[in-house]
Design a protein around this ligand. Structure first.
Ligand code: 3HC
Length: 677
């Protein structure tokens, strides 16, 4: 097998080049090749300096994740990097694309780092439930200081070349089109000088001078890192870089790394990494399916949903025409969009210029005719089949042939909607989640006639607008809401049987969800869909509305809220629930948190199994992608289906049987047939 590493001589400089598509992951052959190439450079007196660069789209994007969990084959990355750093001849990393994880650690082990302006550098290991494992947590703080290192190691987001230069991670930004020659010239300019080694740097002393730095940082990240093991280990590792000699710090890093690597969180997060990428692929749609160019998008409805959907495209530089029935609704909608952008700008996440650019791509209209030349129209009107069909019939009349017509419905039959048109092949569901400009998930609902090029285009478009897409077949509630309804059923049943509603919320909170169903109800507004007749009370929600408890918006719903929106359980609500239970003859008993958790989550897994059996989801990992991105299922458990496999499908089956809840044959067969979906 030919090595992915080759070398080229440029007089006294050896250029070491990796060609390991798609992302130059640091697999065994790459590590071995790098080590050999450095050996070659050291052994040859006529070589005075080394440049390391990559072919293809990016500098090394990290360790090869597919090797994780398999028996390691040497050389390991730390060994290869130590040999590199030990060289007395200058070694220069020439970076383009993304130097991530192990790739960033390669750069840190080099004596110098140069990059093109578009390059990014980062340590995203926490996103895989890990910390850097090739001395990144020890070299980085010594090079740039603990304060600058912490957000990189703990947050895991890449930084721009400009920022990397500012903090001292890069030595020079070179020409976008002249990386290799500029890097060679840079390397040559360092020949004969003592080499700086990151492992010998002293910038980490900022953490010694100000040891509270670490606790302050942890506190500032409390919300984002709740429940995750890796970020705390990352803080500990960076702290160790200030407290321990380099070699001991590296040992500490290794201990923390190995503990995480063998734990369930990292396994779950690695599962998710591949799940997200798999979800974008549709098994029977060839990867080279020609795409339909999307140059202009139409959105019907300027309410919260339509506005949020539009913002996705505007932010990605795609013009949008938004349609409403009345001028005041149109103005209200576009006004809200502008305000949302301006708020983002106030928080420093957009410039005023970007706000204006986005808004300049928006056209508003009251006339369907203005949608004629759109390449994609997304309908976000009231959830009513007749209304949707009217909209689609009208769209079919006015919008050019070859354009895609999408419904944002969250549960209606997309095939029936498609019958309102003469082009069912161009119809599909694009189910966005509220707030649509923020939530990552896009459920793409594939009708029975939806064409391949339409699906391929929408999957690609999802990536362009920063969404994570997963495909669902047509069934009530699709993947996400169909499973949610099973959880909601149990939440309602549990409180009727005597479980405290705050315990139901707390169980989900403790599991890692951002909130439970009753908190969610309060946030969304309990009066949504209420008939406004206080004398007609048939459900607990109607009873709350009749008692003037509408949710957070008026300070009382299931909970009472103080000024700071802290919630306290309400005696009035407890009495309302008890009253309902008595009327329905439900016996009240004490219900443990274990029972609550199992009854909320196991039926979801069972429904997921049915979704798989019916072919409504392509693969179980797609269901995980939906729940993690659309419903706040904790990433560190890998999603409902991966979680079920981790705790054991037989455990789930036994639990469902214990509570007398339905168990699908498919779930049973998977439990018996190896415990995997
Ligand atoms: N190992 C193995 N495969 C990888 C990989 C990696 N590190 N990174 C990406 N891939 C694969 C993907 O699975 C995908 O495969 P597919 O085409 O079969 O689905 C293919 O490469 C292309 O990836 P993307 O679809 O993600 O391509 P993009 O161009 O959108 O993004 C990227 C490129 C920004 C590099 C992105 O792939 C990425 O973020 N990769 C992961 C980076 C990472 O987490 N690195 C740290 C690894 S852990 C580590 O280094 C430990 C060390 O400290 C010891």
């Amino acid at each position: 097998m030919t090595s992915p590493i080759r070398t080229e001589r440029h007089d006294d400089v050896l250029v070491v080049i990796s060609d390991n598509p798609p992302v130059n992951a640091l697999g065994q052959a790459v590590r071995a090749g790098l080590k050999d190439a450095i050996g070659e450079a050291l052994a040859n007196d006529s070589i005075k300096a080394v440049v390391i660069r990559c072919d293809g789209q990016t500098f090394f994007a990290g360790a090869d994740i597919t090797e994780f969990g398999k028996p390691p084959v040497g050389p390991n990355l730390p060994e290869a990097l130590d040999a590199m750093e030990a060289s007395d001849k200058p070694v220069v990393a020439a970076i383009h694309g993304t130097a991530l994880g192990g790739g960033c650690e390669v750069a840190l082990a080099c004596h110098y780092r140069v990059a093109v302006p578009s390059a990014k550098m980062g340590l995203p290991e926490v996103k895989l439930g890990l910390i850097p494992g090739a001395a990144g947590t020890q070299r980085l703080p010594r090079l740039v200081g603990a304060e600058a290192a912490l957000p990189m190691v703990v947050g895991g987001n890449p930084i721009s070349a400009k920022k990397a230069k500012e903090i001292g991670l890069l030595d020079k930004i070179v020409g976008e089109g002249s990386l290799e020659s500029d890097a060679i010239a840079f390397a040559r300019s360092k020949i004969g000088q003592p080499v700086p080694r990151a492992s010998e740097g002293t910038a980490n002393e900022d953490g010694v001078r100000d040891p509270d730095l670490f606790d302050r940082f942890r506190a500032s990240q409390a919300r984002q890192i709740r429940g995750f093991d890796a970020p705390n280990a990352a803080i500990e590792a960076v702290k160790a870089a200030g407290q321990l000699p380099y070699a001991d710090g590296v040992k500490k890093e290794r201990e923390l790394f190995m503990k995480l690597m063998t734990g369930t969180q990292s396994a779950a997060m690695r599962h998710y990494f591949f799940a997200e990428r798999a979800a974008n692929k549709i098994d029977d749609v060839p990867r080279d399916t020609p795409l339909i160019p999307i140059r202009k998008v139409g959105v019907i409805g300027a309410g919260t949903m339509g506005g949020g959907i539009s913002m996705n495209f505007l932010s990605a530089g795609i013009p949008v025409t938004i349609l409403e029935m009345a001028q005041d609704a149109l103005e209200r909608g576009t006004g809200t969009m502008r305000r949302n952008y301006e708020n983002t700008a106030k928080r420093g996440r957009m410039t005023t210029e970007q706000v204006e650019n986005a808004m300049s791509l928006l056209t508003s209209t009251l006339s369907y005719d203005d949608l004629a030349d759109c390449d994609l129209v997304i309908e976000a009107v009231y959830e009513n089949m007749d209304v949707k069909k009217q909209v689609f019939a009208k769209l079919d009349e006015v919008v050019k042939q070859g354009a895609i017509l999408a419904s944002n419905t969250s549960y209606l039959d997309v095939d029936e909607i498609a019958t309102a048109t003469k082009r069912p092949g161009y119809v599909l569901g694009m189910h966005f989640f509220s707030p649509a400009n923020v939530m990552k998930l896009l459920e793409v609902v594939r009708g029975k006639e939806t064409r391949h090029d339409v699906l391929a285009t929408v999957m690609k478009l999802a990536k362009t607008i920063g969404k994570v897409a997963a495909v669902s077949g047509v069934c009530p509630g699709f993947i996400g809401n169909r499973m949610l309804s099973k959880r909601q059923e149990q939440a309602n049943a549990l409180i009727m049987e005597g479980a405290n509603y705050w315990d139901v919320d707390d169980v989900l909170l403790e599991f890692g969800f951002p909130m439970g169903p009753f908190q969610m109800g309060d946030l969304a507004g309990i009066d949504i869909g209420w008939h406004r007749d206080p004398t007609k009370v048939t459900t607990i929600r109607e009873a709350l509305c009749a008692a003037g408890r509408f949710g957070q918006k008026n300070g009382k719903g299931f909970y009472d809220y103080d000024e700071a929106r802290n919630r306290t359980p309400s005696d009035e609500v407890k009495a309302i629930i008890a009253d309902f239970a008595t009327k329905e003859g439900k016996e009240q008993r004490e219900i443990s948190k274990d029972e609550i958790r199992e009854r909320l989550l196991y039926p979801m897994v069972n429904e997921g199994a049915k979704i798989l059996e019916e072919g409504m989801a392509q693969r179980s990992s797609d269901i995980d992608v939906v729940w993690i991105n659309g419903y706040g299922w904790p990433l560190y458990t890998g999603g409902p289906m991966h979680w079920a496999e981790t705790i054991g499908l037989d455990t789930v089956v036994a639990g469902l049987e214990k509570y007398g809840l339905p168990v699908s044959d498919y779930l049973k067969s998977r439990a018996e047939g190896g415990g995997k979906f």
